[in-house]
Design a protein. Structure first.
Length: 251
């Protein structure tokens, strides 16, 4: 299934039969990562009178209610509506779904207060020219515990605002990371990195997105890929998402 796709001024080739899923499956309870003290994902059968929407309970069908918090329960993609006073939804803002993307790996640096931070100087050493529309950041060390890590109250690594401004200056439109947030867990409401990314409130970049809580296995090499961001058509600031990578073929 070799396919050729035109992304802006580039022609890319990939094999659509070999997708690389970098989303984390949503599982109830502690089976998925959790952050910001969000309630755990719940999947329960609808009960209406004598009807119980579960084949295990004798129903002819499974008919489930789902209760989740997109930001706190797993891989999600968010738009400027996450921080804006105005009403923006991910379903309105994300209108293109295929992008050229670069995957990089980076160790967050420990700063004086003990926080681990991705800094502008680190990114400047890795990104020496223009970058594609999308950047995927894998933090190190990297292991499969990220698939169910409980982040609340742990002060996870984050991006300094200057690092985000640097990426925006390079033309970045879509940022994906395995961190629960690009901002510090408790920052007094500053949201400096998010505001820098979306240039909010002065020049909102409404077509740009941030995807968090992804997971990239160690056998996936750094480099360029075709990225497909899949979301549900939710009219809210964020949606559970399924980012898919495709290895680019030499032409």
């Amino acid at each position: 299934m070799v396919t050729t796709i035109q992304i802006k001024d580039k022609t890319l080739q990939c094999d659509l039969s070999k997708p690389i899923d970098i989303s984390i499956p949503l599982k109830p309870g502690m089976g998925s990562p959790n952050c910001f003290y969000a309630p755990f994902l719940e999947i329960t059968p609808l009960i209406a009178g004598d009807f119980i929407g579960s084949t295990e309970a004798g129903s002819p069908v499974n008919f489930m209610n789902v209760k989740l918090n997109p930001h706190g329960n797993g891989t999600h993609t968010e738009c400027v509506g996450h921080i804006a006073k105005e009403k923006y939804t991910i379903n309105q803002c994300l209108k293109q779904f295929f992008f050229e993307a670069e995957l990089i790996s980076i160790y967050p640096q420990q700063i004086e207060n003990g926080d681990r931070v991705i800094t502008k100087s680190q990114l400047e050493q890795i990104i020496v020219s223009e970058i594609p529309q999308a950047l995927i950041v894998r933090t190190l060390p990297n292991d499969s515990s990220k698939n169910q890590r409980q982040y609340s109250g742990t002060n996870p690594p984050y991006f300094e605002a200057d690092a985000i401004r640097f990426l925006v200056s390079k033309g970045l439109e879509h940022l994906l990371t395995d961190l629960p947030s690009i901002d510090k867990e408790e920052d007094g409401g500053a949201m400096a990195a998010h505001k820098a990314f979306w240039r909010y409130p002065n020049m909102p970049r409404t077509h740009c997105t941030i995807s968090e809580l992804i997971y990239i296995e160690n056998n996936i090499q750094d480099g360029n890929y075709l990225l497909n961001i899949q979301i549900t058509s939710l009219e809210m600031d964020a949606s559970p998402s399924k980012p898919i990578l495709y290895k680019l073929l030499t032409q």
